[in-house]
Design a protein around this ligand. Structure first.
Ligand SMILES: *[C@@H]1O[C@H](CO)[C@@H](O)[C@H](O)[C@H]1NC(C)=O
Ligand SMILES: *[C@@H]1O[C@H](CO)[C@@H](O)[C@H](O)[C@H]1NC(C)=O
Ligand SMILES: *[C@@H]1O[C@H](CO)[C@@H](O)[C@H](O)[C@H]1NC(C)=O
Length: 616
């Protein structure tokens, strides 16, 4: 009997195309219909038992089958409420418990749950914290985007209501103001807290002595005591004694040479604590906060235009002034991100181009692909010929020695550019003049079947050549029907070949100009590289996610390559095993879970680190 169950379940998982590029979506159940319309992917009961598939009769025999309850979404073993019980439920795989209610949160319409970032919000607020009207989710204007019903089918993306499909800090929306891509919405959390509002960054050189931002909570979330009060803590750091230290209200400061801005806390058990403020960065920008803490001096855009000064209103009039954004470091004409754009940017001095992003390295190396390219996992980056010259630790690469250039005449060892002449795992360079220590470079590998949202798909090198509306893409080396500057000459490291979807310029994902005169450019409908999860029921045989690194961090070898490892797991031999690209798979089901051949010649294969579906 066990054999029958396993075999049956395998078939079922294949048929459903588990995780076929759709991000895992738990969704929420509505209270007003007792979860009847719930179509999320949770399949665990409140006591943690797994659900029995609706079309199975083992271990529990029943008549609530997909045939008897058409259009009730009885897919796989997902929690549902086809028959009017109080909430979503399922039969369990435990023979001793016929059915139970499921652990699915209730959709909120008047507030949002901060513990799950408000993914449960289904109310009708449709304007932002600054009062802007929300753009409809099914529109691509004024902002092109991929937060569509198709890609996030279970996130309630209807009309122009604020939602959180993608793990932002709370419900948000794109705005109909073309100068403001997206903003959070003024909806209270169910416990009354508000999301942390950004309050500047502190300078590491002076340990934050010059910090004048408005942060007033400590790193463990305790509110600060006012500097002018002596309770709950008595102290001598008063505004009178430290008149030049900006000891305003209860704002975090560093009047006395401590390590970082701090405050006395409002909790009588904790005298003082450092505050929850990020350090300013000058060499790179931090992805988590979209580079709001960037305080470096780059003042040119990605197309080489000089930035307009923030204190000037010419050629472009604007409201991103020091007065409106006092803690955003808007000095000179340096690239900054005061307003939650995707990365540091500036207004340009070209009257025809209002604003553009700036070519600054991202601290995790993912978002600089557009300036430095990506490396091909098929050859471990041996063919990389870009001009990246920093390591993952942020050090500048040293020039290659003459001896090495003789030894590897065809490896492109110019200047101090990152290369892989000798079969290491990825492009690398020396970090000291003696050429004894080396480090991998700050670069990402290219993808082909999916696009990496962390890199905004700038490293996508696949072959999709039509847009999200099905229009054929225009060639990048053509100027008709649309004239443009996104040419292979201007963006040499962006893979602008033929008419394939690419992202040379920091758009939200891969896109192309279309051959249709009426539509200049559109994003492309390519699945996101979601790692997803694997199912222990079938040892992950049905896994079709896009993880492509192993447990120890090695990049996977392409399945259709015989380098560096020869093998017999070919697409021909395993037609239905999903052996695309270099994604982790378990093609023959013989190993415990998804794995891959590695690009490290000294390690044939390794398991991948992917979540198991039942631990979500
Ligand atoms: C906002 O939502 C409300 C309630 O659904 C609706 O009446 C109103 O027309 C919407 N406004 C805009 C500008 O979309
Ligand atoms: C902290 O600052 C915010 C924003 O300035 C303010 O609304 C809030 O009341 C302050 N909190 C405390 C405990 O002072
Ligand atoms: C801290 O404050 C609480 C409530 O005000 C009080 O009950 C407690 O005794 C105080 N503890 C100390 C150590 O002062």
């Amino acid at each position: 009997m066990l054999g029958r169950i396993t075999c049956w379940m395998l078939v079922s998982f294949f048929a459903m195309g588990v995780l076929a590029g759709i991000p895992y979506t738990p969704g929420c159940q509505r209270m007003d219909d007792m979860g009847k319309t719930y179509r999320g992917q949770i399949y665990r009961t409140i006591s943690g038992r797994m659900c029995q598939p609706w079309n199975a009769q083992i271990p529990h025999k029943h008549s609530t089958t997909p045939e008897n309850f058409l259009e009730n979404g009885l897919d796989q073993n997902y929690c549902r409420n086809p028959d009017g019980r109080g909430a979503v439920w399922c039969y369990t795989v435990d023979p001793t418990t016929e059915w139970e209610f499921c652990d699915v949160s209730v959709c909120r319409t008047d507030c949002w749950d901060a513990l799950i970032q408000g993914v449960d919000y289904r109310g009708q607020i449709n304007f932002t914290v600054t009062g802007k009207t929300c753009q409809r989710w099914d529109s691509q204007k004024p902002h092109g985007h991929t937060r569509t019903q198709k890609i996030y089918p279970l996130s309630g993306l209807i009309d122009n209501y604020c939602r959180n499909p993608d793990g932002e800090e709370g419900p948000w929306c794109y705005t109909i103001d073309s100068d403001s891509r997206w903003e959070y919405c003024p909806i209270p959390t169910c416990t009354g807290e508000r999301p942390r509002k950004y309050a500047g960054c502190y300078n590491a050189h002076d340990k934050g002595a010059s910090y004048r931002g408005s942060s007033n909570t400590t790193i463990s979330g305790i509110p600060c005591q006012a500097w002018s009060k002596q309770s709950p803590h008595e102290h001598t750091r008063t505004p009178e004694k430290y008149p030049d230290s900006g000891l305003l209200d209860n704002m975090c400061r560093n009047p006395d040479g401590s390590g970082a801005p701090w405050c006395y806390t409002a909790d009588n058990e904790t005298r003082w604590e450092v505050c929850d403020i990020p350090k300013c960065t000058t060499e790179c920008w931090v992805e988590d906060e979209q580079g709001e803490s960037y305080r470096g001096s780059v003042a040119k855009t990605i197309t080489g235009k000089t930035c307009q000064r923030w204190d000037s209103q010419a050629p472009h009039k604007h409201s991103r002034t020091t007065k409106n954004y006092p803690f955003s470091g808007l000095v000179e004409n340096y690239c900054r991100n005061p307003d939650e754009e995707e990365m540091p940017w500036c207004y340009t001095t070209d009257p025809n181009s209002r604003w553009e992003y700036c070519p600054i390295t991202s601290c995790s190396c993912k978002k600089q692909t557009q300036f430095f390219g990506c490396w091909n996992p098929a050859d471990q980056g041996e063919s990389y010929r870009g001009i990246a010259m920093t390591t993952i630790t942020g050090e500048r690469c040293k020039t290659w020695a003459d001896q090495l250039k003789w030894d590897f005449p065809t490896a492109g060892l110019q200047n101090n550019y990152c290369r892989n002449p000798d079969g290491k795992n990825a492009p690398w360079c020396y970090t000291d003049d003696a050429q004894e220590t080396w480090s991998p470079c700050c670069l990402t590998s290219c993808t082909n079947g999916c696009w990496d949202p962390e890199a905004q798909g700038a490293n996508y090198r696949g072959f999709e050549a039509k847009s999200i509306t099905g229009r054929k893409c225009m060639r990048w080396d053509s100027q008709s029907p649309h004239k443009h500057t996104r040419t292979p000459e201007n963006y040499p490291f962006s893979g602008l070949i033929s008419n394939y979807c690419r992202n040379p310029d920091g758009e939200p994902g891969p896109w192309c100009y279309t051959v249709d005169k009426e539509s200049r450019w559109e994003l492309c409908d390519i699945p996101i590289c979601a790692a997803g999860c694997w199912s222990p029921i079938d040892n992950g045989v049905s896994y079709r996610g896009y993880a492509s690194t192993t447990e120890s961090g090695k990049t996977c070898q392409l399945w259709d390559s015989q380098m560096p490892h020869r093998h017999s797991w070919t697409t021909e031999a395993y037609r239905h095993a999903g052996l695309d690209g270099n994604y982790c798979r378990n093609p023959d089901g013989l190993r415990e879970r998804p794995w891959c051949l590695t690009t490290d010649s000294s390690k044939k294969w390794e398991y991948c680190s992917i979540k198991t579906c039942f631990m979500i």
